[in-house]
Unconditional design. Sequence first.
Length: 64
Amino acid sequence: MEKLSRLVSSGQGSRQGPRGLRHHSCSVVGPFAVLFGGETLTRARDTICNDLYIYDTRKSQLKG
């Protein structure tokens, strides 16, 4: 979880989320949802990808 936290806080990744994936894996690690791989449906042919997406649920809390 510490490595995921450092990776998210480094700001090196893109803020764009996944689009049109299937056959991917998703695991919850502490406050992080980690999505990896799959086939993308946005290209002319289904393409296997090695993309890694990390969603930090602590950043999505609404302030009211």
